[in-house]
Design a protein around this ligand. Structure first.
Ligand SMILES: NC(=O)c1ccc[n+]([C@@H]2O[C@H](COP(=O)([O-])OP(=O)(O)OC[C@H]3O[C@@H](n4cnc5c(N)ncnc54)[C@H](O)[C@@H]3O)[C@@H](O)[C@H]2O)c1
Length: 252
């Protein structure tokens, strides 16, 4: 690992209060990045901010809801105002909710799409003019659920499949202009998202057994390492990828 892959680089990481987003922010800071970190959970975000400061990296925390397009635009503007440019955007904020399809309310569907998918569009659209200037890059947090159908997970699968295809389309549109866009697709990762995950009542256990991964859950640091690689110049020729990090879950 190069200790300075992000020296002089400015990164914005959403979902940085917990799990994969927190690990990614810390990893980029360890490798020299200046950071704007964001999350809806301002208290936990402040804890990540303190951890990054302790590493000696420059960091600004901005708490907001990624489902709000105005706030997404404000976050990108704040990163550029604070640090003068933007090199890296990591769209990591998101949540999961398992339900029987017929129990999903319109509001639950819309909220999932807004937080997990529309936010990626809002943030990316606002960031692209700045990334064109720096020849920067975007990494979006998709999921194995964006690559395969999963029982009782239709809302989440649809939102993450949208992230995969939004990523690929943006990658093609901006490849010649020097902006790379990739997604990563983790299987189970040990974070609060998985420890708080609840199955709906009356599940078909036969269908559910197909969801179990072939290996143990990943650690968030393992996902952060892949995100950092994709954001680095070592991944210069990688764009439009949807990288599975799932212990072989979606290999079949
Ligand atoms: N944990 C897994 O197994 C797993 C697998 C594949 C993909 N993912 C994806 O990885 C990303 C991070 O998840 P995690 O596992 O680290 O979970 P996590 O719950 O530890 O972290 C998610 C963070 O996103 C924030 N967040 C949620 N809704 C938000 C909103 N509306 N606005 C701003 N911030 C918001 C939360 O406050 C939290 O800090 C998510 O997009 C998730 O879908 C997770």
């Amino acid at each position: 690992m190069s200790a300075s892959r992000f020296e002089g680089k400015v990164a914005l990481v959403s979902g940085a209060a917990s799990g994969i987003g927190r690990s990614t922010a810390l990893r980029l800071a360890q490798e020299g990045a200046s950071l704007l970190i964001s999350d809806i959970n301002s208290e936990a975000l402040a804890a990540t901010e303190a951890e990054i400061k302790a590493l000696g990296a420059a960091v600004v925390a901005f708490a907001f809801d990624v489902a709000d397009p105005e706030q997404c635009r404000a976050a990108i503007a704040k990163a550029v105002a604070e640090f003068g440019k933007l090199d890296v955007l990591c769209n990591i904020a998101g949540f999961a909710k398992a339900k029987h399809l017929t129990d999903i309310s319109d509001l639950e569907w819309q909220t999932m799409m807004n937080v997990n998918l529309s936010s990626v569009f809002y943030m990316s659209k606002a960031a692209i003019p700045h990334l064109l200037e720096t020849k920067g890059c975007i990494v979006n947090m998709a999921s194995s659920a964006g690559l395969e159908g999963q029982v009782y997970n239709s809302m989440y699968c649809a939102s993450k499949a949208g992230v995969v295809m939004l990523t690929k389309s943006m990658a093609i549109e901006f490849a010649k202009k020097g902006v790379r866009v990739n997604s990563v697709c983790p299987g189970a990762v040990s974070t609060p998202l998985t420890s708080n995950f609840e199955l709906p009542e009356n599940c078909d256990m036969d269908l559910l057994s197909k969801l179990f991964p072939l290996m143990d859950a990943a650690q968030p640091e393992e996902i952060a390492a892949a995100v950092a690689y994709l954001c680095s110049s070592e991944a210069r020729f990688i764009t439009g990828a949807a990288l599975p990090i799932d212990g072989g879950q979606t290999a079949g």
